[in-house]
Design a protein around this ligand. Structure first.
Ligand code: NAD
Length: 490
């Protein structure tokens, strides 16, 4: 059986406690994972501190950027290994992992190496009342040792999104990937080892959240900051742990994202976009849409066309190039999503499409599959409309006016993303700016420029990452203020 080990202070470390890494397509075991105990996590954090105080901390920006480019190149050299590991852990179609997960994993290192090389210093010239001047400038220093805790839905993409800027800023990292998807994180440790990242700068510990490696990271005094992507409820627990020692946190949390479709939209493009926004990665992207509002004159046509398109989705083996949708990540998550399918019926929803579990008549019946689903007819305060489900399900509702739909779309404690579909230029600007979200897309979805701010408001997170915003979180800024006398002293 393949073994996935921890990586601490430049060495792969075993553990007596092991757990199974399960393939959600058919429930088969992919690998055995070595769960880090508290001593291993403490050792990783101590190694991180030595790295920041030693060779890693002494490295110049140009050298660090060069190392990050080598990490990107090595991920690309081992592209097929990363692809196989990501697909085995998540069950997602290989085409998706090939086009999104693995390339973005490499791109994150390149982009943040570029940002590091081009980042200017901030400076102000201050004129004083006595005629003298002050020159203020800002220098960046690493925060120290950063705890990186990541989820299972886009495992490599979301881990590297945090690791790359944290390393670019000269921090050491102690990473804990999701227990569901430990494969690509372990390959990343191998890459760090191969390209010669100094011992202790990158550490990897496997395990779960409470009572395991996740909690051991967040409760350790030696951690200088925590960056986390996952559920809002977990964010709240981690925030309490961080509060004890007043550590900075960056949180990318859940969403209950709305799409607003106006009657003047480009219908076919909107349908294409919505199929991605609803069912990409089986709806398991934090940015996925779960609430669809359609202007009344278009409502019946849109619902009919959406149902017809859903019937063309191919639920299949990841390696089959015709497959367009995979399973959910685990039995536990499948049960949660099916719980919402049942709740929708209890709440009085009309099931427009799906709503069940597909049957294959082969090993996939041991996997964690659900049907892509559309529901309708629920009031805005129904639980299926207010709670994040994180599966291939949406609720479709008609609306009559722009102000009404803005109010309804914004009436959620989450604030991650929204998409607006219209050909009216004025309406596009007006409505997108009125959305209480971190990201508002117009006539597109999940289109990312990695230099732009990414994050959410309300229950969707704290802070922004991306480009200079990441660099600001992962740096300690020091203002240097120098008084400059205007007259030469005799
Ligand atoms: P999760 O919160 O269950 O787990 C995320 C990570 O936190 C895992 O590594 C887990 O082991 C760890 N963890 C759990 N409890 C912990 C604790 N008490 N202390 C420390 N670590 C702990 O989330 P998930 O189910 O893996 O991911 C799905 C969620 O992530 C969804 O809510 C989704 O919206 C959200 N998400 C958000 C974004 C974003 O950018 N906003 C991106 C992807 C996913």
């Amino acid at each position: 059986m393949k073994q996935l080990r921890n990586y601490v202070d430049g060495r792969f470390v075993e553990s007596d406690r092991r757990f199974d890494d399960v393939n959600p397509v058919d429930g088969s075991v992919v690998a055995e994972v070595h769960e880090a105990d508290r001593a291993t996590v403490d050792a990783a954090i101590a190694a991180g501190r030595r790295a920041v105080d030693g060779a890693w901390g002494a490295m110049r920006n140009t050298e660090r950027a060069a190392l990050l480019y080598r990490v990107a190149a090595e991920i690309e050299r081992r592209f097929d290994d990363f692809l196989a590991a990501e697909v085995a852990d998540t069950g997602k179609p290989i085409s998706l992992a090939r086009n999104v997960d693995v390339p973005r994993g490499a791109a994150n290192f390149r982009v943040f190496a570029d940002v590091l090389k081009t980042l200017p210093l901030e400076a102000f010239q201050t004129e004083l009342d006595d005629g003298a001047q002050a020159l203020n400038y800002t220098v960046r220093k690493p925060l120290g040792v950063v705890g990186v805790i990541s989820p299972w839905n886009l495992p490599l993409l979301l881990l590297t999104w945090k690791v790359a800027p944290a390393l670019a800023c000269g921090n050491a990292v102690v990473c804990k990937p999701s227990e569901e998807t430990p494969g690509t994180a372990t390959l990343l440790a191998e890459v760090m080892d191969t390209v010669g990242v100094p011992a202790g700068a990158f550490n990897l510990v496997h395990g779960f959240g409470p009572g395991s490696a996740g909690e051991f990271i967040t409760t350790n005094h030696g951690i200088d900051a925590i960056t986390f992507t996952g559920e809002s409820r977990t964010g709240s627990t981690i925030m309490r742990a961080a509060a004890e020692h007043v550590k900075p946190v960056s949180f990318e949390l859940g969403g209950k994202n709305a799409a607003i479709i106006f009657a003047d939209c480009d219908f076919e493009r909107t349908l294409d976009g919505m199929m991605r926004a609803l069912y990409l990665n089986s709806g398991q992207v934090c940015l996925c849409t779960e609430r669809v509002f359609v202007e009344r004159p278009l409502y019946e046509r849109f619902v009919g066309a959406l149902s017809a398109r859903i019937a063309t989705l191919r639920l299949g083996w990841p390696s089959d190039s015709a497959t367009t949708m995979g399973p959910l990540i685990s039995a536990e998550h499948r049960d949660k999503v099916l719980g919402y399918y049942a709740l929708a019926r209890d709440e009085g929803a009309t099931i427009v499409a799906g709503g069940g579990v597909p049957e294959f008549g082969d090993a996939r019946d041991n996997g964690f599959w659900v049907e892509p689903t559309v529901i309708a007819g629920l009031p805005d305060d129904a639980r299926c409309i207010t709670e994040e489900i994180f599966g291939p399900i949406c609720h479709v509702a008609p609306f009559d006016t722009e102000s009404e739909v803005i109010r309804r779309a914004n009436s959620t404690p989450y604030g991650l993303a929204a998409s607006i579909w219209t050909t009216s230029l004025n309406r596009a600007h007006r409505v997108s700016q009125a959305m209480k979200v971190g990201l508002a897309w117009v006539n597109t979805w999940f289109l990312r420029d990695l230099r732009t701010p990414f994050g959410g408001s309300g229950l969707s997170g704290i802070g922004r990452e991306g480009g200079v915003h990441s660099m600001n979180f992962y740096s300690e800024l020091t203002n240097v203020c120098i008084r400059i006398e205007q007259e030469e002293r005799a």
